[in-house]
Write a protein that binds this ligand. Sequence first.
Ligand code: FAD
Length: 470
Amino acid sequence: APAILWFRQDLRLADNPALAAAAASGRAVIPLYVLDETARPLGGASRWWLERSLAALDADLRARGSRLVFRRGDPRLQIGELVATTGAEAVFWNRLYDGHSVARDSELKSDLKADGVEAISCNGGLLVEPWTVKTGAGDPYRVFTPYWRAAQSKIEPLPALDAETQISAPNHWPDSDNLSDWKLYERRPDWAKGFNDWTPGEAGARAALARFLDEPAATYAEDRDRPDRVGTSRLSPHLHFGEIGPRQVWRALRGRDLPAGQADKFLAEIGWREFNHHLLFHWPDLPIRNFKSEFDRFEWRDDEPGFRAWARGLTGYPIVDAGMRELWATGWMHNRVRMIVASFLIKDLMIDWRRGEAWFWDTLVDADIAQNAGNWQWVAGSGADASPWFRIFNPVTQGQKFDPDGDYVRKWIPELAGLSSKTVHAPWIASDSELQSAGVRLGETYPRPVVDHAEARERALDAYVPVRNG
Ligand code: FAD
């Protein structure tokens, strides 16, 4: 009797513990992907990525004489049906840590056990699983630094799992949908046409890691905050979909002779990824509820025009607008700029962080429940170990500091390209003659600021008083 190998956010063949365990069971393997229609609907950019990643995985499986079975609906029902029709005796998967998946997987496990079917789950997604790291008092951590210190001591230097593991095909393939029938993303209008720099799938993930190790890794600590440089790995969507696992990244970094501190800095970011999964596991409401409940008293503003200006990159603050346009065009935004645009939405516009979270969810190719919620709450100040509310980014000085020549802004806002390095971050301070020779007419070719940052800052600090005073 065959075994089912249920792929979720582990769309790779190498270093995949569930796949290795299924192959080692000696059974024929039915690789399965279920489009989960009971979960939070995927955003548009995620759907674009998923379609390509699944196609790549199917092709890789076919190259080994296997294939991917596509189903959609409620995964519990789909797997139940597949077990009944194939006589499968075991189901293998790698674990997920969000509330919806945890509850569903444990129900599925009991369904399967009740039917005498083995259910084997593995860790393919994290260096250290959320329940392994506890404070001295036995509680989950709420602060990153002690969390990461404790977590690193638990990382087991497991050997790489063979990338060439052979899995044998069943005698009969069960019914499968056609991936293309799922129409995961709308082709017209093709808003994803600027996504061409991405290569979803395991080979693309490996190439991204190799590219990073080749160059940016050696100066990561200095360049990671510079949106005008390729200073980071751009591994986030690959990690989200599990086209590469954090253990592979860890081994690759540790295996390199990088200048002092560079690998540690990078691995600490992988640590933040782990920490957000840890938070989400222990506080499943993280995406919808303030981690710090005193923020429930905060009075968010209703500001549709403000939200629209933010989403479309028309706030009149160039670094904010550049980031939002990069996001729309590529499905990704540099981390420094994500912090700036999030601070702007939350503090300058005083719009609820959950609206920003939802926009990112729809537009990011790396949209991830844990990372998105954890980071939005971090910027809002409502999260665990968050940046304090009064740390309000000044979009002009942030731009001048992290995009000092203005190259990033010029790339995404070509209508400002003729301005100097200084005024390109604050066009309203440019002289009339500079504006004229650059062809900029404020309010016409580029918007005037939707709020005055200094006034907005005071307003945000005042609004915080009831939160602080309880
Ligand atoms: P690198 O600098 O090369 O870092 C390597 C890896 O470390 C990343 O791929 C990522 O897995 C992890 N990492 C880096 N920074 C962070 C961080 N701040 N928090 C958690 N993990 C991190 N990241 C997502 O993967 N999905 C999201 O939905 C997401 N939403 C965000 C929302 C906001 C408001 C902010 C401020 C950040 C968000 N991030 C999110 C975190 C971060 O911006 C991205 O992970 C990073 O920009 C990805 O680029 P990279 O792979 O080149 O990063």
